[in-house]
Design a protein around this ligand. Structure first.
Ligand code: SF4
Length: 81
């Protein structure tokens, strides 16, 4: 899997710990860094496809990614009828 895009993200110039916050304030700080990141969509899809549980990826917290995955599952179920 090609992960070379990771080096081009806004987070490349921040300590990795920033993206594994322990509270909501930390999540917001990380999400702000993700805003406008040139690889934000790719990063989010990577985390969703690989079921990455921890950290902020693509501007989305763990909870937000769980919601996105749930919504996608529901959409697929609805299509399947
Ligand atoms: S979206 Fe956020 S976590 Fe992902 S590469 Fe960009 S800055 Fe890093």
């Amino acid at each position: 899997m090609d992960t070379s895009w990771m080096a081009t993200g806004n987070c490349a110039t921040h300590p990795p710990d920033t993206f594994f916050p322990s509270d909501g304030v930390g999540v917001e700080i990380a999400r702000r860094i993700c805003e406008g990141c040139p690889v934000q969509e790719r990063c989010l899809e990577y985390a969703l496809r690989n079921r990455v549980d921890h950290g902020v990826w693509g501007g989305a917290s763990e909870r937000q990614r769980r919601r996105i995955l749930k919504a996608r599952r529901q959409a697929v179920s609805a299509l399947a009828g």
